[in-house]
Design a protein around this ligand. Structure first.
Ligand code: MN
Length: 421
């Protein structure tokens, strides 16, 4: 776990004025990484750090000599912390770098972002126990939570090729579905298209095949966190998921926020990992003192929806849910890394681990429409009178996340938007 240091000092301010505004996602205490280029250009994407409403070009600032984010992610903990310290010092009020680095800034409004790194492999977990229970009730009323759930972090191997960055527009997937009372499946566009509110954990340094990452070392292999919308076609999923799990219901698109908030930046926002009384304690390879002490993340997440009609009428997205990650996740990121590698599987820099849908315990904290609408049985009514059970063409989904605590400066994860057509 990263110790707090000068880069987390709440009194620290930046010479980039917008970074000091209250409620800003990217104050000098955050410093998330992304890949950008001048919008409308054909330049190669470069590594940038968000500061206020600007992007700092790390190469132009003389901080790195590469455009390869994966190479940067592979760096050891000390190297990463040294880079963070150098960026923080140079962006701080009174820094002698101000004149030179001012020329290495680009307004985010003029930047085109892409997925923050090359994602070799993507694994999606299922750590949201309230989500797993609610979904389980819908799919298997007799046995909502499978007997393995509280022992094994459940996951499946997803698909990296269809992962896009915020702003992604994708076509409604087609496929096989079968109504419960139908004799045979039919083919056509999904009628139950949903979103899943997730965090994405990016792997930094990998491990050699055959050499598991011990949970005590897992945080050193985690680079940082993004917002992840794991779009899901529930009708395809219900028909295809047994016996091997999700396939075409999940791999047509997944959307990420453009910025990776590093584990270092999240240091002030860690929380105890606790199991409810009576639940099994994790097996030793999934347990450590530091994981118990501060393995969880304290992040507030919210989901908003803007229909095509709202957009045409200039109406801002409306909030569907808001919740906190500490109540939602049954397993920590460190446990996912330890579990993923315990059999000898090798992770590589840039690999993405999805948390699974992070629904809170309350009904209005649900991280998907299938939960909010009780399996599509109870439509939600939007302020303009429109109703939704699942997503309709032209709907734009927005997810936001941020961390707030006494004694620390609020940092944000930015947002991820996506639109189905
Ligand atoms: Mn998912």
């Amino acid at each position: 776990m990263t110790a707090l240091n000068a880069t987390h000092d709440p009194k620290l301010r930046s010479w980039v004025a917008s970074a000091n505004e209250a409620g800003c996602d990217f104050p000098i205490q955050n410093l998330p990484f992304g890949r950008f280029r001048f919008a409308g250009s054909n330049e190669a994407f470069r590594i940038g750090v968000a500061i206020g409403d600007q992007v700092l070009d790390l190469r132009a600032a003389g901080l790195v000599d590469t455009d390869d984010m994966n190479a940067l992610m592979e760096a050891g903990t000390q190297e990463r912390q040294a880079l963070r310290a150098a960026i923080s010092a140079g962006l701080a009020e009174g820094s002698e770098k101000q004149a030179a680095w001012s020329k290495a800034l680009l307004p985010q409004a003029k930047a085109e972002m892409t997925v923050p790194c090359r994602i070799g492999d993507y694994t999606d977990f299922y750590t949201g126990i309230h989500h797993a229970t609610t979904i389980g009730k819908l799919f298997r009323p007799d046995q909502p939570l499978m007997p393995n759930y509280k022992w094994v972090p459940i996951g499946y191997h997803g698909r990296a090729s269809s992962i896009g960055v915020s702003g992604q527009v994708f076509k409604r997937p087609q496929g096989q579905t079968k109504a419960p009372d139908a004799a045979e499946p039919s083919f056509g566009p999904s009628k139950r298209l949903d979103y899943e509110l997730e965090l994405g954990f990016f792997i930094g340094r990998g491990n050699a095949q055959g050499e598991p990452i011990a949970i005590a070392d897992a945080e050193e292999h985690l680079f940082g966190v993004t917002l992840l919308n794991d779009w899901s076609a529930r009708d395809l999923q219900a028909w295809e998921y047994q016996p091997l799990g999700p396939f075409l219901s999940k791999n047509f698109a997944s959307t990420l926020s453009p910025w990776i908030v590093t584990m270092e930046a999240l240091a002030p926002f860690r929380a105890k990992f606790e199991r409810p009384a009576g639940d099994p304690q994790p097996l030793p390879y999934l347990d450590s003192a530091s994981n118990r002490e501060s393995g969880a993340l304290d992040i507030t997440l919210e989901v908003l929806l803007q229909t095509a009609k709202m957009r045409a009428e200039g109406v801002a997205p409306v909030r569907l849910t808001r919740g906190n990650t500490t109540e939602a996740a049954y397993w920590t990121a460190a446990q996912l890394v330890a579990h993923h590698t315990v059999n000898g599987c090798n992770l590589q820099p840039g690999d993405l681990l999805g948390s699974g849908t992070l629904s809170g315990p309350e009904a209005d904290e649900a991280g998907s429409l299938i939960e909010l609408t009780l399996g599509g049985k109870q439509p939600i009514t939007l302020p303009n009178g429109e109703k939704r059970t699942f997503l309709e063409d032209g709907d734009t989904l927005v997810m936001r996340g941020w961390c707030e605590r006494d004694g620390a400066v609020r940092i944000g994860l930015g947002e991820v938007t996506g639109t189905v057509v």
